[in-house]
Structure formats: structure tokens, C-alpha cells
Design a protein around this ligand. Structure first.
Ligand code: ZN
Length: 213
């Protein structure tokens, strides 16, 4: 049984996910902790619950999703895994932080690449990878079919969809990813997004204005 906890970090209100099971093995997804106290909050949660971090995973590498990635790699001695199409996004994070006047970002590099169909294992649990480009060129999502949830990043939100006005975004790819990878899941799949509260595939199928034009 996978437990899911999330923190909402930084001025961008980014959701950082911590998943673990009965073995206490853990994955951290999109660590957006920027301030020192946010990094301590994350580390304290791991320590207090006696969790063992196995992987650092990135749905994508926009700045708000990687603020704390270097810290997590160093603190827990884990590798950062992402899709290789994110390389041009990740390499641009430092200059975008400078543009936005954001201080405290520590540059980070990927340690390995993952792609659609790959399985991430931790403890007795598995996450399957979906390739869902559009909001970012190498955006991926993590699905668990036993418990019917998706850690979805910035693809589908409650009543909205990911932005498609950033460099290297594609509206066509985004809509195709949503329709072919998310909306083909059953209604009772829960979606845990990169911002704001969770939703379900069924709720979005019925009410999301971007999907019902
Ligand atoms: Zn993003």
C-alpha cells in the first residue's frame, strides 16, 4: 500500500510528493523546496517517518519543480531520473531564475533517463511511466494501477490544464497527451497535480472546460 504525502513549496506553490510503502522505501517527486526551512521540513518528514529514499524523480524540470533537487540528491545520496527531452529545460533553469530574480537555486544535473513504459520500483511497489509532452518537451507522469492514481505534474489540473505558453511548450502535444494518456484511464483514477488540489479523471471528464469545448 503506497502512502502519498505532499508539501506545497516556494512562491510558486509547487506540490512536492513523497511516496512510500510498508517497507519505508520512498520516492521523492519534484522537490520544489527553495527556502532553507522548506528543505528542513522535507528532511524532517523523511527522518521522523524513518523513510529510506530510493529515487528522485522529475515529472519535468521547470524551475519550480527542481528548486530542491540538488539538495535531495546530496542529502539522501540518490540519483535524479527524468526524461532526456528535459535537458534543454533543465539547462536553462539558472538563467530563468536570474530573470525572475529568484535566489537560492542550486544547479542540478540528471543522473539517468527514463521513458514511457519504464517501471520505477521501491519497496513492494511500482510506478509506471507515461510520456506526456506538451507543457514541457520531456514531461512524464507516474501511474499506479493497483491504487489507481497518477502523479501528473503540470498536465491536467482541477478545472484546468498545464500552461502552454512557455518556451518549448506545445498545445497540440499537451492536448494529445491528455486525451490519449490521461482520459483513457478509468473515472476513479485520482490525479495528484503539480499545483493545487487533487482531482479525478471522472471529474475532469465531466467538468473540465478545456476538454469540453
Ligand atoms: Zn511546469
Amino acid at each position: 500500500m503506497i502512502h502519498i504525502h505532499y508539501f506545497t513549496f516556494s512562491p510558486f506553490a509547487e506540490n512536492t510528493y513523497i511516496l512510500w510503502d510498508e517497507t519505508k522505501e520512498t520516492v521523492i517527486i519534484d522537490p520544489g523546496c527553495l527556502a532553507q526551512y522548506e528543505k528542513e521540513e522535507l528532511a524532517d518528514f523523511i527522518a521522523d517517518n524513518q523513510l529510506t529514499v530510493k529515487h528522485l524523480l522529475q515529472t519535468h524540470t521547470h524551475l519550480d519543480h527542481v528548486f530542491g533537487s540538488a539538495f535531495v540528491k546530496r542529502k539522501f545520496g540518490v540519483k535524479m531520473l527524468m526524461h532526456k527531452n528535459e535537458l534543454p529545460i533543465l539547462s536553462n533553469v539558472e538563467s530563468r531564475c536570474n530573470m525572475w530574480g529568484i535566489k537560492g537555486y542550486e544547479p542540478v544535473e540528471a543522473d539517468g533517463f527514463i521513458n514511457e513504459g519504464d517501471i520505477i520500483k521501491f519497496g513492494n511497489s511500482e510506478l509506471e511511466i507515461l510520456f506526456v509532452p506538451g507543457h514541457a518537451p520531456g514531461h512524464i507522469a507516474f501511474v499506479n494501477h493497483d491504487q489507481k492514481f497518477v502523479i501528473g505534474g503540470d498536465v491536467l489540473f482541477r478545472g484546468s490544464i498545464g500552461r502552454y505558453d512557455f518556451p518549448l511548450c506545445s498545445y497540440t502535444d499537451l492536448m494529445n497527451s491528455i486525451q490519449t494518456k490521461f482520459m483513457t484511464l478509468d473515472d476513479d483514477y485520482k490525479v495528484h497535480p503539480g499545483h493545487n488540489e487533487p482531482t479525478t479523471i471522472g471529474l475532469e471528464r465531466r467538468t473540465n472546460p478545456y476538454l469540453n469545448q
